[in-house]
Design a protein around this ligand. Structure first.
Ligand code: AFP
Length: 407
């Protein structure tokens, strides 16, 4: 008899026991998070059972949302809820309020239900830092302020993947016990993978770096084998596979959808949080995904997430437009136009760093009116037109602007 294996099998680490263990490391904690989580778990068990019964999509969408909202409100531990299903945020009545805010998609990928493909619930949790009346600002916060995030996948088995900021842990529902048991402790994503996951049907509308990246996945230049394409079209399933096998999942911007499709609060942030906790990365095409500050609860963002090295590659391609100018000379411009009189690029974290590099490399950076580095931004996300690159090339454009001014 294998006593060691038996000892492991009989030492059932339920999700509640796991979270209580974590909580015992913080003597000041009063069990609020455990209570909140047990209500999320209840919602997941309900949805799992409803999916297994084969309920139709529309009914399941509504049912799942109702169950989660009611479970979260009755936990007495929440103040603001944002659900993909509800246009407006829910503000919990004062007698039932608690210190947490939960953002969630009760049934993500639900257009796949009727053909039996894996779907899931995604959630992220913030804490309120004040005891005043809750406002929408309590959830319009960057993902790096989340205290926990996770998803539950309803597939061949029902699995809940959770991070409270100390790694990523996977729990599988044992239907006979009705409990989620720890089956995948401390999940780490491989540093590089051999799968890419994207809706290639949108390829004709992608930008240059995205097109180039996907081309490289298929025709690698460094002699490595081509990546395999896997795309379910259900984020939880695609991200779960990426987490376990490595590789990259992307839903990029395209000409028709400049912000991509996926929602910041309850798709991008929770998955980005899990990826980083598992040793991977999540990038929007411009910056670390968790550093986004959403302005609206249903805001969207492009997303590239997965293995550290794979995301590093797309990051490099995204900055390559400017990098090429730096290495080979020439000019990079994102000018003003009638629709965008300030261009598109942001002064503080796009124009300034690139202008600084250009000048240090002997080039110039010009806004169309003045030296870019002499701008004094009035707002943190202010935009400016920009022309940067080789000294003489920028000199030429400066001369054209000066001539126009003199006319
Ligand atoms: P549905 O909930 O409408 O099925 O959308 C699923 C989803 O939000 C996400 O789970 C997928 O990753 C993504 O959309 C798939 O989008 P495309 O169908 O455009 O590929």
């Amino acid at each position: 008899m294998d006593h060691e294996a038996d000892a492991y099998r009989t030492d059932l680490m339920t999700i509640t026991r796991f979270v209580l263990n974590e909580q015992s490391k913080y003597p000041e904690s009063r069990g609020d998070f455990t209570i909140l989580l047990s209500n999320i778990v209840l919602g997941c068990k309900f949805v799992c059972s409803a999916v297994n019964k084969g309920e139709e999509q529309k009914k399941l969408d509504v049912l799942s949302n109702d169950v989660f909202v009611k479970a979260l409100v009755s936990s007495g531990r929440t103040s603001v809820l944002v659900s993909e299903e509800d246009e407006e945020a829910t503000f919990v009545e004062s007698s039932k309020r608690g210190k947490y805010c939960v953002v969630f998609d009760p049934l993500d990928g639900s257009s796949n239900i009727d053909c039996g493909v894996s779907i899931g619930t995604i959630f992220g949790i913030y804490t309120m830092e004040h005891s005043d009346e809750p406002t929408i600002e309590d959830v319009l916060k960057p993902g790096n302020e989340m205290v926990a995030a996770g998803y539950c996948m309803y597939g061949s088995s029902c699995m809940l993947v959770l991070s409270t900021g100390t790694g990523v842990h996977g729990f599988t529902l044992d239907p006979s016990l009705g409990e989620f048991i720890l089956t995948h402790p401390d999940i780490k994503i491989p540093n590089k993978g051999n799968i890419y996951s994207v809706n290639e049907g949108n390829a004709q509308n992608w930008d240059g770096p995205t097109t180039k990246y996907v081309e490289r996945c298929k025709y690698p230049k460094d002699g490595s084998p081509a990546k395999s394409l896997r795309y379910v079209g259900s984020m939880v399933a695609d991200v779960h596979r990426t987490l376990l096998y490595g590789g990259i999942f992307l839903y990029p911007a395209d000409k028709k959808s400049p912000n991509g499709k996926l929602r910041v609060l309850y798709e991008v942030f929770p998955m980005a949080f899990l990826m980083e906790q598992a040793g991977g990365q999540a990038f929007t095409g411009k910056k670390r995904a968790l550093d986004l500050v959403p302005k609206k609860i249903h805001e969207r963002s492009p997303i590239f997430l997965g293995s550290y090295d794979d995301v590093e590659e797309i990051k490099a391609l995204m900055v390559a437009d400017v990098h090429r100018t730096l290495l080979y000379g020439g000019i990079f411009l994102y000018p003003a136009d009638k629709k965008s009189p300030n261009g598109k690029l942001r002064v503080l974290y796009e124009v300034f760093p690139m202008a600084f590099l250009m000048e240090q490399a002997g080039g110039q950076a010009f806004t169309g009116k003045k030296r870019a580095l002499d701008l004094v931004p009035k707002k943190i996300h202010e935009r400016s037109p920009i022309f940067l690159g080789s000294y003489d090339d920028v000199e030429e454009i400066k001369a054209l602007y000066a001539a126009e001014e003199n006319n």
